[in-house]
Design a protein around this ligand. Structure first.
Ligand SMILES: [Zn+2]
Ligand SMILES: [Zn+2]
Length: 353
């Protein structure tokens, strides 16, 4: 994974933890040509596509704007035209053109000029005529039902999908913007979606259900969001991800993991390796506070296997974790149930305690 490419995906990768955002991106990755918001919604099953797209500026670009028409009553956006006689309603009409032969001044139907052999000849003077010697005077329609002639037939619109007649007053103009992935962002989007999919696969294979973008109030009272909340076997584990993060971002994620680990065990996955010396010192503190486990790898593609191992290893019991971090045990520090947005459940240890 190329960090310069990943950094194009935005300051934070948190939006990509949203399954709706990923579904939208997956459709844009698959599409050979730009898609409208409506097409993305139909294909991805995501309702709030515009909202998702608005959070992906820089990754998704506006590829063009098209103007169309919709009949709200039938839902049609494409229409056929039906011509009919204004007198009897018949659709059995013929269109005729009235022309003048400029050579002799004869005026008649264009069809009268057509000889049996297909050539054009003036019916009055008999001379051959061509385009420039014929002057168009106008058009009219003739009804084969009632033989009436008229300059304009009735025009009605038939919805191509519904087959119903639509009156022009029912038509509304629509402007549709089409979207495409920016070429520079596409490779990193593909890799990130693949990585998140593999992390989810690891969690599922170990019997965890994944809640994406899991929110939880930390020990400090600050509301945090984690990429994944894993629920399985009566326990809950938070998983967060920093790919190609700069030191300030890694620092924020590490402190977030420490703060939340008072409530629930946290696995923080970081790639590539952290070079910053002060950060490495801070991260090594997580070794003693075992309920925040920080896992780093030079290669992001190793993270799913590392997550699997961490889930298999499990965490010490909540009291052991708090004592290890020197926190006060007991219910006095705002550990009331329901502080996590999805409800707080005391997390029993996974595996051997
Ligand atoms: Zn008619
Ligand atoms: Zn003539």
């Amino acid at each position: 994974m190329d960090c310069a490419e990943v950094q194009r995906l935005g300051e934070s990768l948190a939006p990509y933890c949203d399954p709706g955002i990923r579904a939208v991106l997956a459709e844009l990755l698959k599409a050979k040509s730009p898609l409208t918001a409506r097409q993305i919604a139909e294909r991805s099953g995501v309702g709030a596509v515009e909202e998702a797209l608005s959070r992906l500026s820089g990754v998704v670009r506006v590829a063009g704007t098209s103007y169309g028409t919709v009949a709200r009553s039938t839902g049609d956006t494409r229409f056929y035209v039906k011509l009919s006689c204004p007198f009897c309603g018949s659709q059995d009409l013929e269109r005729e053109e009235l022309v003048e032969h400029t050579g002799c001044g004869y005026v008649g139907r264009l069809s009268d000029f057509r000889a049996k052999d297909g050539s054009l000849r003036c019916p009055r003077c008999g001379s051959p005529v061509d385009g420039p010697s014929l002057r168009s005077i106008g058009f009219w329609y003739e009804c084969n039902g009632c033989r009436q002639t008229f300059p304009r037939p009735n025009i009605s619109l038939i919805g191509a999908d519904s087959g119903s007649e639509v009156s022009p007053e029912q038509l509304e103009p629509v402007k549709e913007v089409s979207y495409a992935l920016s070429e520079e962002a596409a490779p990193a989007v593909r890799e990130l979606l693949g990585l998140l999919g593999r992390l989810e696969g690891v969690a599922s294979s170990r019997g965890y259900a994944v809640s994406w973008r899991f929110r939880l109030t930390g020990k400090s009272g600050v509301l945090h969001e984690f990429c994944m909340g894993l629920d399985g076997g009566g326990s809950r584990v938070l998983v967060d991800l920093v790919i190609c993060g700069d030191p300030p971002r890694v620092l924020r994620s590490v402190t977030k993991a420490f703060d939340a680990s008072a409530e629930l065990p946290v696995i923080l996955l970081i790639a590539p390796e952290v070079e910053d010396a002060a950060l490495r010192v801070l991260m090594s503190a997580a070794i003693t506070g075992l309920r925040a486990r920080i896992i780093t790898s030079g290669d992001p593609s190793d993270l799913p296997a590392l997550l699997e191992r961490a889930l298999a290893d499990g965490f010490p019991s909540p009291s052991a974790g708090r004592e290890a971090q020197g926190h006060q045990a007991g219910p006095s520090r705002g550990r009331a149930p329901g502080r996590g947005e999805l409800g707080y459940k005391p997390p029993p240890a996974i595996g051997a305690a």
